[in-house]
Design a protein around this ligand. Structure first.
Ligand code: MG
Length: 402
């Protein structure tokens, strides 16, 4: 059985998804390789490009430790025997590739195709071209000739034009005879060389021959948030998808009671009173939780966390909001905005506004600029005017698809 397995596994794709995607910005609280383009995660598209290729027999993804759930979500539904269990990566791309190569050791494939998760549109002929070149070379990389004129800059000024003659942009896949690149990586590790930015440079350092396989077609690498938007357009067949934008509202009131602090919008504020409430009484987070539930028609906070349930006594209302965020995400929603208005005479909200925005942005997994906290009095009228309690209004915007 073991032997048969080895024969069937002669080419393996090693997809590196270990990055944090910082340059693309954290979209929906997740690295770029897990963001959807054209309705499917970037990584799903990348994995499919190799699963569907007749010359690739195993696909292994290296994921960042802690991203295992994102990985499972991204590849859900890909029931292919070619797809191996993911392995955790290292602190750098080089270490992540090394971890993947070690994991492939029992299979001992003929060729290994090392590929960036962030290149979801790699064409089949590009994959085949790098494999074909192994007949004559130790390795082969997809590459494109540099077409822009190159300038050397000094203090923001042109200090000369650099010839682009013979210059190529290295892409992936970077395909090698497995044994040779695995040995080269081990040698680099033993020599404490950690500065390689791609596998071809390790191969060159180790004295291996590496072919350039010209790839003229689209093989974009998603690096910035703009790339992600462009990739979405490409994956949608050039049609901008109409987003499903939903707005939910919430309203909550809590009466003051004895105490010396209140929780509002996730921040504890010293006050002459506390809240009369079963949980911590955070009317701001309760209203926002209801607003999020409103975008998915999922009832209200009381349906999910009944006041009659003793386990929520004194509970941190962040739990309620986090639950609503989870439900929205599970339905494919992306929170894009939250706006909370607090209505009270006291405590004064202004000094705590930024802390509230920061805390809610954290709980929602979005940037602070997408979160707003406003405060108003009711001009002395009604229960808020009589300082008997606080009212909170919230709206949340969630985008589905698109
Ligand atoms: Mg409440």
């Amino acid at each position: 059985m073991q032997k048969q397995d080895q024969n069937q596994s002669h080419n393996a794709a090693l997809i590196v998804a270990g990055g944090s995607g910082v340059r693309a910005g954290i979209q929906q609280g997740r690295p770029k390789q897990y963001c959807p383009v054209g309705g499917q995660a970037v990584l799903w598209r990348t994995v499919c490009a190799f699963l569907d290729h007749p010359q690739v027999h195993r696909v292994l993804v290296v994921v960042r430790a802690g991203d295992e759930i994102l990985y499972e979500e991204a590849v859900a539904g890909l029931a292919s025997a070619k797809l191996m269990r993911p392995v955790p990566g290292g602190a750098t791309r080089q270490l992540s590739v090394a971890a993947g190569l070690e994991a492939l050791e029992p299979l001992s494939p003929n060729a290994v195709l090392i590929h960036d998760a962030a290149r979801p549109f790699v064409p089949a002929d590009c994959i085949a071209g790098t494999i074909a070149a192994l007949e004559f070379f130790d390795g082969a990389i997809a590459a494109a000739p540099v077409t822009d004129t190159l300038k050397r800059g000094e203090n923001g000024r042109c200090a000369g034009t650099v010839s682009r003659e013979g210059l190529w942009r290295a892409q992936t896949p970077q395909t090698f005879h497995y044994r040779k690149i695995a040995d080269a990586h081990r040698a680099a590790a033993q020599a404490a060389r950690t500065d390689f930015t791609d596998d071809a440079s390790i191969a060159e350092w180790a004295g291996l021959s590496v072919a350039l396989v010209e790839n003229a077609s689209e093989n974009m690498k998603i690096t910035t948030a703009g790339d992600l938007a462009m990739a979405d357009l490409i994956a949608s067949g050039g049609r901008a998808q109409l987003a499903d934008v939903r707005c939910g509202t919430g309203f909550d009131v809590h009466a003051f009671d004895e105490g010396d602090h209140v929780a509002l919008c996730g921040v504890e504020i010293p006050h002459s009173h506390g809240f009369k409430a079963h949980s911590d009484g955070d009317a701001g987070l309760h209203a926002l939780t209801d607003a999020l539930l409103g975008t998915i028609g999922a009832g209200d906070i009381g349906d999910h966390f009944p006041p009659s349930d003793p386990q929520w006594r004194g509970a941190d209302s962040a739990i309620f909001l986090a639950h609503a965020v989870k439900l929205v995400r599970e339905r494919g929603g992306r929170v894009t905005n939250a706006d909370v208005t607090l209505i009270c005479e006291r405590p004064k909200i202004g000094p705590h506004r930024e802390a509230m925005r920061a805390r809610m942005a954290e709980l929602l997994g979005i940037e602070r600029e997408r979160v707003s906290v406003k405060a108003t009095t009711s001009e002395g009228l009604g229960f808020t005017g009589r300082r008997e309690g606080i009212a909170a209004l919230a709206t949340a915007t969630v985008v589905f698809g698109g």
